[in-house]
Design a protein around this ligand. Structure first.
Ligand code: AGP
Length: 587
């Protein structure tokens, strides 16, 4: 998604801004730009493509500036549509979506103003310029009243000596250092040990000068709030000797799992007892990989505890008038805690009277602030756009919740702690998938097949594969294949079959026979040695056995690695897949 950086201080702004934008690259973007006040005059450089394309920005002088990486929503990816947008000496960078942009634009056009881009954001510069009567903060506050939708804004004025910021439903953080101040949409772009950070809340504004950061409410009244001192762990991550963050993050799965397992004692001491004793219904809302974690949790909780669990795509939940029981526990799962659809679904569940449990990897995210109960996974920063270790961390927390539900109901289920030593082993046993990459890179289509919990893992495997290889892939219920999709099976369609449940393994192998008979090469991921020797199996990964209901924590590892190896074989950048963003803060 789009990224914002801003700087005001004694240093030249352009290198600071370019460095900040590089640190936001992992979020995904297709164009970039910066504006610097050079002796009070606005200088702007905008380009389509990578931050490296902004080479001309190096020559900009001046100690005040704002920068942006844009992920196109309204208008094609192009230099013209890149931010900052400038109108009558007001430069604006914007994250989010201005929903009433068309109406506002019409008003501006009627006033005889002209537009240079197709974006919804440009209208913000017009509104601020129009509202300006000598004080930028007041102008931004007035303009913000006109906007519907979501926004994080950083604004400069020609001749000014400040940056003014605003936030509504899109994250923004300001930070104060020694004689300099920063703003960014994400901590890594501004983090340095010891700086004091101010996380803007919805409806808040900030004025940054070289000396200070000050926060204001929507009436322009000063807000007194102590900033938080940034710590080492929040600084920009390091790839070490790894070629890509994604590969490093797969190796970090064991630690992520270890840091995301919660004991019954933890739940007891953190206010979960009543909910866990009484909950009869569970709803889970999430998107993408987090949705698949929800499906895996459903498989485990229903299988082991017989408590009904419904899993909703958050984007569907908010618009399909779900029939919600007010006594259901709603779990909102989101690595970033900033996904717009998940936030909206959690809000809706709250309005329906449900208790909302936030499961997130980001302790200071918006989701944590709106939840009744909170579980923070300990995956650490995940830089790769493709979620890897955060998936296993979510499962560790959700399986811990399953064990806690059992504990509070005096039932027994296998301990998710038993999975911990098996994670590292599974990474090692999955090395064979590197050899599968040439076959998968040449595929016309790929199937990931399984039943029960294996099907949930298959869905995540296919998402990962599509996301970074740009090849079509489908996660499919093994038994459903012959009801239509088998028509696609031929020698160009490699199939990955998953079998971790003894009761279902032979049934899944029936689907293997069916695709093999149509020429499809079959790759098996299983914990059953006997299946690996079958003639249909071209190659296999044999993983350690575990409780079948918890097996996706292990079985997804080779699928993540397969996606990674195939993407690298195809010379794609697995850390920054095209068109995608790390946290999707617009709907
Ligand atoms: C997964 O690899 C994705 N990048 C994506 O599906 C992601 O899981 C989804 O956008 C949800 O993000 P969240 O967990 O931050 O809410």
């Amino acid at each position: 998604m789009c990224g914002i950086v801003g700087y005001i201080g004694k240093r030249r702004a352009s290198p600071v801004l370019l460095d900040g934008l590089k640190k936001l690259e992992y979020r995904g973007y297709d164009s970039a730009g910066i504006a610097v006040l050079d002796q009070g005059i606005l200088r702007v450089v905008k380009r389509q493509g990578r931050v490296e394309e902004l080479g001309a920005a190096h020559s900009l002088d001046g100690c005040i500036g704002i920068g942006h990486t844009r992920w196109a929503t309204h208008g094609a990816p192009s230099a013209r549509n890149a931010h900052p947008h400038v109108f009558r000496g007001i430069a604006v960078v914007h994250n989010g979506i201005i929903e009433n942009a068309a109406a506002l634009r019409a008003l501006c056009l009627a006033r005889g103003e002209t537009f240079l881009s197709d974006t919804d954001s440009e209208v913000v510069a017009h509104l601020i310029a129009h509202a300006f009567c000598g004080d930028l903060l007041s102008a931004v506050i007035r303009a913000a009243r006109e906007l519907t939708g979501s926004f994080a804004l950083a604004v400069l004025r020609e001749g000014g000596e400040e940056i003014v910021c605003a936030r509504k439903k899109s994250p923004l953080i300001a930070a104060a250092g020694e004689g300099e101040s920063f703003v960014a949409s994400d901590i890594p772009a501004i983090a340095a040990s010891g700086r004091r950070a101010y996380i803007l809340q919805d409806g808040e504004f900030a004025r940054l000068t070289a000396e200070d950061v000050q926060l204001y409410d929507e009436n322009g009244a000063l807000i007194a709030r102590e900033g938080v001192v940034l710590e080492e762990g929040e600084l920009a991550p390091d790839r070490g000797t790894y070629a890509h963050f994604m590969r490093k993050e797969i190796d970090e799965i064991p630690r992520a799992v270890q840091n995301s397992l919660f004991s019954a004692d933890y739940f007891q001491k953190n206010g979960f007892s009543e909910v866990l004793c009484q909950t009869e219904y569970i709803d889970i809302v999430a998107c993408g990989t987090a949705y698949h974690s929800g499906l895996c949790a459903k498989a485990a909780i229903e299988e082991l505890l017989r408590i009904p669990v419904r899993v909703f795509l958050a984007s569907e939940y908010r618009y399909t008038r779900p029939i919600v029981r007010g006594d259901a526990l709603t779990i909102a799962v989101s690595q970033s805690g900033e996904t717009a659809d998940t936030l909206a679904a959690a809000q809706l569940a709250k309005e329906k009277g449900c208790k909302v449990l936030a499961l997130t990897n980001c302790a200071r995210s918006t989701l944590t602030r709106m939840s009744d109960l909170l579980l923070v996974t300990g995956a650490g920063r995940e830089v790769g756009v493709a979620a890897t270790k955060s998936f296993q961390a979510q499962l560790a927390a959700l399986y811990s919740l399953c064990a806690a539900l059992a504990y509070f109901r005096k039932k027994r289920v296998p301990s998710p702690k038993d999975l911990l030593p098996l994670c590292g082993q599974s990474i090692r046993e999955s090395a064979a998938v590197a050899g599968w990459a040439p076959c998968f890179a040449a595929a016309r289509n790929v199937f990931f097949l399984g039943r029960g919990a294996d099907r949930c893992a298959a869905l995540e495997g296919s998402l990962k594969f599509k996301e970074i290889t740009y090849l079509p892939a489908e996660g499919y219920a093994a038994g459903e294949l012959k009801h239509g999709a088998l028509a696609l099976a031929d020698e160009t369609t490699p199939v990955v079959a998953l079998a971790f449940d003894e009761r279902l393994a032979e049934k899944t192998m029936n689907a293997v026979h069916e695709v093999y008979a149509r020429g499809a090469p079959v790759f098996l991921v299983t914990c059953f040695p006997a299946l690996c020797g079958q003639k249909e199996v071209s190659s296999f990964v044999l993983l350690p056995a575990c409780e079948p209901a918890f097996s996706p924590m292990l079985s997804v590892i080779p699928l993540q690695l397969l996606a990674y190896e195939t993407a690298v074989f195809l010379k794609n950048d697995p850390d920054k897949p095209r068109n995608l963003a790390k946290s999707v803060t617009v709907e």
